[in-house]
Every structure is written in structure tokens, then in C-alpha cells.
Design a protein around this ligand. Structure first.
Ligand SMILES: Cc1cc2nc3c(=O)[nH]c(=O)nc-3n(C[C@H](O)[C@H](O)[C@H](O)COP(=O)(O)O)c2cc1C
Length: 139
């Protein structure tokens, strides 16, 4: 589990109509990301591309969430979840992510995440759940 530090208490937000999109290869290396994702991440496109996606991992995210995500998408099933990401300077931003497999010739060749702004209620519930998971308690 990659631990990206430092973190700040400053939240970044993005417009409701925007979608933050990235694609990866099978090993989570970023193969594409759109301008909106680049902008909020604080990294440049060049800093993001070819890096593993845990570059934007926030330390508040419980490992089990990503474990469940990978288990699901490797089976070709879509996964939805609320994720807290870390910007390059340590700020955070919440996303509602929809992650799906990309197929080529009938085989999974990579993955795509399309992220939108989560509701306040989604954020509140995810924050509380992830705090419990970090303390080692059951969901
Ligand atoms: C298409 C795709 C998008 C992803 N987007 C994110 C993301 O926005 N934030 C994040 O922390 N992890 C994301 N991940 C998961 C990371 O690859 C990684 O599993 C996670 O950050 C946990 O890091 P760790 O492997 O160091 O524990 C994504 C994975 C895929 C396949």
C-alpha cells in the first residue's frame, strides 16, 4: 500500500457537470487522463501518464476498498464507489467513481474510471465508513 504524504485539510472541488476520466493498463498504469482529472490532481499530464494509479492515493482510503474494486473489475464487472484522492500538494478531493473493464478482442485489456461529484450524503457516509474500516472494525 502506497503512503503518499503529506496531506492537508484543504478540500478541492470540481463542477457538477464535469467528469474526471482516466484509463489504465492491466497493471494500473495510467494510459490516458482527461484535462479535468489533470487539473484537480495538481500533477501535470506527463507526471501522471505511465505512473501507477496509486500516485493519487489518499492515506485515508482503507486498503479493503481497493481490494474489493480490483476483485470486481478483474471479473469484468463494473465497480462504483466513493473515493478520496490526494492532490500533489496534499489537498484532497472526493469522487464518485464508476470503474469498468475495457475489452479488446474479447479480453480485458485495461480499465477506465469515470468520476463525478458525490453528494454530501455520499461523502458523509463514506467518511464514516472509511474511518471505521481504518480502525479495523467491520463495515
Ligand atoms: C481505472 C482505475 C482507476 C483508478 N483510480 C484511482 C483513483 O482515482 N484513486 C486511487 O487512490 N486509486 C485508484 N485506482 C486504484 C489504484 O490502482 C490502487 O489500487 C489504489 O490506489 C491502492 O493503492 P495500493 O495498491 O498502493 O494499495 C484506480 C485503478 C484503476 C484500474
Amino acid at each position: 500500500m502506497r503512503m503518499n504524504l503529506p496531506v492537508s485539510e484543504h478540500e478541492r472541488t470540481f463542477p457538477r457537470e464535469q467528469r474526471l476520466i482516466s484509463t489504465t493498463d492491466l497493471n494500473s498504469r495510467i494510459t490516458y487522463c482527461n484535462d479535468a482529472f489533470v487539473a484537480i490532481s495538481g500533477f501535470t499530464y506527463e507526471e501522471l501518464i505511465d505512473q501507477t494509479h496509486n500516485l493519487v492515493r489518499h492515506p485515508d482510503m482503507p486498503p479493503a476498498v481497493f481490494g474489493h474494486m480490483w476483485e470486481t473489475i478483474k471479473q469484468g464487472k463494473p465497480w462504483m464507489g466513493v473515493v478520496k484522492n490526494r492532490a500533489k500538494n496534499g489537498d484532497f478531493y472526493w469522487v464518485s467513481a464508476y470503474v469498468t473493464a475495457i475489452y479488446e478482442n474479447g479480453r480485458i485489456s485495461g480499465y477506465e474510471s469515470v468520476r463525478s461529484v458525490p453528494s454530501r450524503e455520499q461523502n458523509r457516509r463514506a467518511s464514516a465508513l472509511y474511518a471505521r474500516l481504518r480502525q479495523g472494525r467491520a463495515a
